[in-house]
Ligand binder design. Structure first.
Ligand SMILES: C[S@@+](CC[C@H](N)C(=O)[O-])C[C@H]1O[C@@H](n2cnc3c(N)ncnc32)[C@H](O)[C@@H]1O
Length: 510
């Protein structure tokens, strides 16, 4: 064993050396080292606890600001002129806020000058202050600043006057939770190929059953929530209602890949052609049965339904136009603005055995992938089936240029039918008027321009709050007014699709 300062170094059996000291070698300390000086805590250290020291002196009560305090003593300012001597006993109480930490006798040990004031140092008699308790109290009292306030009134999801809205949203959440569990159990019991393999009767039956139950209920509940929200002060602009909905429903609504895409907007803008494909065809997709069911519910709600209904209207209008022109040698000329996946054309061509009249279609779209997708499908379903009868032109350009340049379509001639769906809803009125004017200009006299725009609908709250998908909703009157401003000489009216949420402005130039 060798001695090194105050440390013992002990050779262990394995030859390693330890710096630990053994209990049997501890000798205690001597002289000054025995002196125990507890840590002092200034009044500022203990903030936000407010310290108060009250001394009794000759029948009077003196309030003495605390200087510092330790386990064993206290220092405080002494009123100028009041008599005091070292060794004197004083009776005092020490409080922090409303907590009395000490009441009793202290012995004055020092009287000194500090920063122009008299400061007394005194020791508690037969008492040790529980400083740890003070720190705990300080931690709890100090928690308020910057920390959650645990006050109901401060909760961001409070909805004053929104009890019905809240109840319906909570109900929908519970419905989702239960469905998630129940569908999880069903999924676990099904052979993989029912959901994972090619289409099969069991999957079709499952979809039918979901549509008649879970989906129908979710749709009805979203509409009931919209009606209740209309009664909430501020409606859609009520921040508490929005928070309430996000907290309850986000994870369930966003379980569907379609809803995820709507929210994430991977192309940087809402309503890209893949999103439209979800709405048109990809209804039962997702990593779990619940995700698929949520997707099925999503596409059954009012806005996606309206998208399909407006597509049906255009498809049927074009079909009727072709039928009216049956036998004509003059081609029917059609212009689709912001064509996206061109689902209406795809469906129409699938339905037709043959084209009643030659057809020329120009698809105008800013997304080249959307055009490529449309080309692939239309080429396969139509161009090869109707050789010499169908001409498809894909124009990759932006409406922005059309707005600036009235001659953009100059070389294309005039059209019997011009339509745009899902576009006007993104443009402010002035832009909407110019766009409508440009389109009316390329519609032949007696031809038809159809411009769709969503009106307010009961799925709007989900789109805006959960999917961050805002549109410029217009009334039918506003649509007619845009038509009148864009093409004063044209005949204007409103055409309704089946959902009632996405009317068309129809203009017939004379
Ligand atoms: C909501 S989708 C509608 C697609 C299609 N009309 C339909 O109803 O299925 C909107 C489409 O407008 C296209 N688009 C958006 N801004 C455009 C612009 N400035 N010029 C041309 N197309 C645009 C998008 O690429 C997208 O395909």
């Amino acid at each position: 064993m060798e001695r090194e300062g105050t440390m013992e170094r002990v050779d262990r059996a394995d030859g390693a050396r330890s710096t630990h000291r053994r209990y049997e070698d501890l000798e205690g300390q001597e002289g000054r080292q025995v002196f125990f000086r507890p840590h002092r805590h200034s009044a500022a250290d203990l903030a936000p606890l407010a310290a108060s020291v009250r001394c009794e002196l000759a029948g009077a009560t003196l309030d003495c600001p605390l200087h510092d305090v330790s386990q064993s003593g206290i220092a405080f300012r002494w009123p100028a002129g009041a008599p005091v001597d070292a060794g004197q006993l004083l009776r005092l109480s020490l409080r922090f806020d409303d907590h009395e930490a000490f009441r009793g006798v202290v012995k004055v040990g020092s009287v000194r000058r500090h920063a122009g004031a008299t400061v007394i140092g005194a020791s508690f008699q037969e008492f040790l202050l529980d400083v740890e308790e003070l720190h705990q109290l300080r931690a709890v009292r100090g928690w308020g600043a910057g920390a959650p306030r645990l006050e109901l009134a401060q909760r961001p999801w409070r909805v004053a006057g929104g009890e019905r809205f809240q109840a319906l949203v909570s109900e929908l959440r519970l419905h989702f939770e239960d469905a998630r569990r129940e569908l999880g159990e069903l999924e676990a019991s099904l052979p993989w190929e029912v959901l994972g393999g090619p289409p099969n009767p069991a999957r079709a039956a499952l979809v039918e059953r979901l549509r008649g139950g879970f989906v129908a209920d979710v749709v009805a509940q979203t509409e009931a929530i919209a009606a209740a929200l209309a009664e909430v002060p501020g409606g859609l602009a009520n921040p508490g209602a929005r928070q309430w909905s996000l907290r309850h429903l986000d994870e369930h609504l966003l379980a569907a890949p379609s809803a995820q895409r709507a929210l994430r907007k991977p192309f940087g803008y809402p309503g890209d052609y893949e999103m439209m494909n979800f709405i048109y065809e990809r209804h039962f997709e997702g990593p779990t049965l619940f995700a698929r069911a949520a997707g099925l519910a999503f596409v059954a709600t009012r806005a996606p339904l309206a998208v399909r209904c407006r597509k049906d209207l255009v498809r049927d209008q074009l079909g009727a136009l072709l039928a009216r022109r049956a036998g004509s040698h003059e081609p029917v000329r059609v212009l689709s603005i912001a064509a996206g996946p061109a689902q209406e054309l795809f469906e129409l061509f699938q339905r037709l055995e043959e084209l009643p009249a030659p057809l020329e279609v120009v698809l105008f779209e800013q997304d080249r992938n959307a055009l490529a997708h449309a080309w692939r499908r239309l080429h396969a379903t139509a161009a090869v089936r109707f050789p010499g009868r169908l001409r498809l032109t894909f124009l990759h350009d932006s409406v922005k240029r059309l707005l600036r340049d009235p001659r953009l379509f100059a070389g294309l001639g005039q059209f019997d039918l011009v339509y745009s769906c899902g576009l006007l809803d993104y443009f402010q009125r002035a832009t909407a008027v110019v766009l409508t004017r440009r389109l009316a200009e390329v519609t032949r006299p007696g031809g038809r321009l159809l411009v769709a725009n969503m009106v307010d609908h009961p799925f709007r709250w989900v789109m805006e709050w959960h999917l961050d998908w805002s549109l410029i909703y217009r009334t039918r009157e506003e649509l007619l007014e845009i038509g009148a401003a864009a093409a004063p000489g044209a005949q204007g009216r409103i055409l309704e699709e089946a959902s009632g949420a996405n009317p068309f402005l129809e203009l017939v130039p004379s």
